[in-house]
Design a protein around this ligand. Structure first.
Ligand code: ATP
Ligand code: MG
Length: 450
């Protein structure tokens, strides 16, 4: 591969090597595959005299021949300057200001100014991550990113990939590696551990050994991060279409039990732990199948599916034979969820949905009869629909008929949608938009009791 080194880069506090510039004939990314609105944003920034590149997951996914979920842009323009270039633009974020350029249909292209790594990402004591709002240059922007495969820049003017950190080699070798010293980068922002596992699962890549060892060593530090960040990352893991592979890596590294400590009883200590592990993986495979077909499960249903092995072992499903029993069970599940979701900021209505669909399951099993329609009284119940959805997912997971109820409209590709959610919204991704740590997590990340 013909890779031309650029002149060496000198930056404050960092001794950065010169990047490799990979020519268009030497990489698979084509400008044709870049979203037309993202191209327009890049061109307008260039016309206004700024440097601007496609960065992050967009370059990674195009390199791998996948359709990116979103196209993020990094530029030398400061947020206020970006706003002047685009009328359809707003600036968000307090700790890290970022411009969002709006297009039809709720589509958003995020434009971030080159940033340098937080001071504590590159040196100093092992203390919590400080606020980082210092602007930088492209090299620094590459080094502040989480993974080498997420740190590539695509230059639309020359159709080249600019690689400061060896991300192209890692893409070719199918390796997920934390940028810089994994110990330090994880200690400074433990959510990066989740991001490693997500991308390894999604791309079916190996985690580089030093990165993996650092995760296994520091897994408990995840509890130091605010629940909102963990929750957002978790739902991305569960919805990304590779949740079953994610589950395996999360268990092997121990991260799963940091997120869900109550699952230790079921998936490690239980006499039938191996069976429940398998059940969970099979549940998630169904969700992955649906995600692959463009059907993302609603958050509540997804969480009910994840909680199913726990509910089966810890809740008395066998005691349910009447509506009244199902109601009592749903109250009992709900009581357990309250503690967890109090911190998760999940709407009460969704907690009710989770509890009801789990508690309806034994009732549906009881009345499941291939030859007959569901009893009319059951069909009329408000909980029938969500219960049926979970029932169908569990049935497919157990080797039965495929789940076929409509779950949710497919998400359009390569578009960031603003819209409603069951969770209170906070700043979108691309960096840190809130406190990176919160020491309020007794009883596990979500506050579940052991
Ligand atoms: P996805 O396909 O899930 O969107 P992504 O890599 O684009 O994957 P985003 O959450 O959209 O993930 O983040 C965009 C980019 O911001 C990443 O590619 C990465 O370079 C950077 N990034 C995100 N989170 C962090 C973090 N915690 N530390 C450092 N860099 C991060
Ligand atoms: Mg992204």
């Amino acid at each position: 591969m013909n890779k031309t080194p650029l002149p060496s880069v000198v930056t404050a506090g960092l001794d950065l090597p010169a990047p490799l510039v990979i020519s268009p004939t030497e990489h698979p990314v084509s400008i044709k595959d870049i979203d037309s609105d993202a191209l327009m944003v890049l061109r307008r920034l260039h016309e206004a005299g700024f440097a601007a590149y496609l960065v992050g997951g967009g370059v990674r996914d195009l390199f791998l021949g996948k359709t990116p979920k979103d196209f993020d842009i990094s530029t030398s323009a400061k947020p206020g300057q970006v706003k002047k270039v685009f009328r359809n633009c707003r600036i968000i974020g307090r700790r890290f200001r970022l411009a969002q350029v709006f297009f039809g249909g709720g589509k958003i292209i995020e434009v971030a100014t080159f940033r340098r790594p937080g001071e504590n990402d590159i040196g100093g004591d092992d203390v919590v991550l400080p606020s980082n709002n210092s602007f930088g240059n492209p090299a620094e922007d590459a080094f502040r990113r989480d993974l080498t495969i997420n740190a590539l820049f695509y230059d639309i003017e020359h159709s080249t990939i600019i690689d400061y950190i060896g991300g192209v080699k890692d893409l070719e070798d199918r390796v997920v590696r934390i940028v810089g010293d994994p110990e330090r980068r994880i200690t400074r922002d433990p959510v990066r551990m989740m991001r490693v596992i997500r991308h390894a699962a999604r791309a079916d890549f190996q985690v580089e050994p030093a990165t993996w060892e650092a995760i296994c060593r520091h897994k408990d530090k995840l509890s130091l991060c605010p629940v909102s960040r963990i929750r957002d990352e978790l739902f991305k893991d569960l919805k990304g279409g590779a949740s079953s592979a994610w589950f395996k890596l999360a268990c092997d590294s121990g991260l799963f039990h940091v997120i869900f400590p109550f699952y230790e009883k079921v998936l490690v200590e239980h006499a039938e732990a191996a069976m429940y592990m398998k059940n969970m993986a099979q549940n998630l495979e169904v969700s992955d199948r649906l995600a692959g077909e463009g059907q993302t499960l609603p958050d509540g249903l997804l969480m009910a599916l994840v909680l199913l092995p726990w509910a089966e072992t810890e809740m008395d499903f066998a005691a349910v034979s009447t509506q009244r029993d199902a109601y009592v069970l749903s109250r009992s599940i709900r009581d357990n969820l309250v503690e967890m979701f109090g911190k998760l900021n999940i709407k009460r209505s969704m907690q009710d949905d989770i509890a009801r669909s789990l508690a309806t399951l034994p009732l549906l099993h009881k009345h499941d009869n291939d030859d007959k329609a569901w009893p009319k009284w059951l069909q009329k119940k408000s909980y029938f629909k969500s219960g049926m959805q979970l029932f169908q997912l569990a049935r497919e997971a157990g080797g039965g008929d495929p789940a076929h109820l409509p779950f949710a409209a497919p998400e359009p590709a390569a578009v960031k949608k603003s819209g409603s959610s069951n969770f209170r919204q906070h700043a979108p991704n691309g960096g840190h938009r809130g406190p990176a740590f919160a020491l309020n997590t007794k009883g596990g990340v979500f506050g579940f009791r052991n």
